[in-house]
Design a protein around this ligand. Structure first.
Ligand code: UDP
Length: 332
């Protein structure tokens, strides 16, 4: 039954950020079309949406031609592996989804006369020599290192998005997302927060890579989604950093997780992965000015909500190896 609502396509809909974006756009009254090939996404993240009339799901790989019938007001391209261990496991798909996939979605946006927002990343700055990172910094990226498949695909994504904007006059938005956390992260995706919390919950030692002096700045997912929503509705086509400037060393972060979880396990040190950036902090002056946005959720609060989510997982999920099957999730 068609609902007369404005339609939004969200790729990577079954992923961590994509699923939260689906929730947000449904709440705002849109008809949401979620798309995901479920390589790293999980249907569990969106199973609560399958009964809704204003939500549809396409199991599709956006690096292949994308067909969506009917009008589209907005496209949000959030499909991509986003964790360093995923890039190592599936480097070619990582390259394809942000290059070929972005090209397909730009073409779709042009055909539909819609506006597209693409998910870029702080990784475009590589291991930065400017701190904190402003949008006019060009970055320090190793194209052939293990992270190159992600970083360069995202840099290409920005380039082709700007080209469609300038050459075709397409309405485009680029968000540079810094480390984000919250419920629905994959416990075994290798990233530092699920890694530490998973280790605490399983009674394992917390693995700090290097000496723990590298820094990150963690943004709670609701803050990020708010920033993305405002950017989409803005009229600014250049890249905008969205993240939380509160910076912390990974060593301190491990201590915070130990305190939060009450684990009696200790910290063990492992070698620092190749090209692991030593410091990262978004300069959000532009987002503050353009979008009147800044993060609201303090790390202590966000971590508590996230820990409660991970605690609610079943023992099988805590040791999960396989993704969920599509069977049983079809709309009734
Ligand atoms: N890290 C760590 N222990 C882990 C996983 C990650 O010390 O078990 C470190 C990693 O080396 C990096 C930081 O935590 O310096 C953030 O890593 P993550 O994979 O979450 O994302 P990145 O910001 O590097 O893309």
């Amino acid at each position: 039954m068609p609902d007369n609502k404005e339609r939004v396509l969200i790729t990577g809909a079954a992923g961590f950020l994509g699923s939260h974006l689906c929730d947000r756009f449904l709440k705002e009254g849109y008809h949401v079309i979620g798309m995901d090939n479920l390589i790293t996404g999980r249907l569990k993240n969106i199973e609560h949406l399958f009964k809704r009339e204003d939500f549809e799901f396409y199991n599709h790989d956006v690096s292949k031609f994308v067909h969506v019938p009917g009008p589209l007001k907005y496209i949000l391209h959030f499909a991509s592996p986003a964790s360093p261990i995923d890039y190592l496991k599936i480097p070619i798909q990582t390259l394809k989804v942000s290059s070929l996939g972005t090209h397909n979605l730009l073409g779709l946006a042009k055909a539909k006369g819609g506006r597209i927002l693409v998910a870029s990343t702080s990784e475009v700055y590589g291991d930065p020599q400017v701190h904190p990172q402003t949008e006019d910094y060009w970055g320090h990226v190793n194209p052939i290192g293990p992270r190159g498949v992600y970083d360069e695909a995202k840099r290409f994504q920005e380039a082709i998005t700007m080209a469609y904007h300038t050459y075709h006059g397409l309405e485009t938005r680029i968000v540079r997302i810094f480390n984000t956390y919250g419920p629905r992260m994959r416990l075994n995706d290798g990233r530092v927060l699920p890694a530490f919390i998973g280790q605490a919950l399983r009674g394992e030692d917390l693995t700090v890579f290097g000496n723990g002096s590298q820094t990150r700045s963690f943004c709670y997912v609701d803050d990020l989604v708010e920033g993305i929503y405002r950017l989409l509705l803005s009229d600014y086509a250049g890249p905008v950093n969205v993240g939380n400037p509160s910076e912390i060393t990974i060593g301190q972060f491990a201590e915070e997780i130990i305190k939060l979880t009450g684990t009696t396990q200790k910290v063990v040190y492992k070698p620092l992965p190749t090209d692991d950036p030593m410091q990262r902090q978004p300069d959000i002056t532009l987002a503050r000015k353009l979008l009147n946005w800044e993060p609201k959720v303090a790390r202590a609060e966000g971590l508590k909500i996230t820990y409660d989510y991970f605690k609610s997982l079943t023992p099988e999920e805590l040791n999960e190896k396989e993704h969920f099957s599509f069977e049983g999730y079809a709309r009734k």
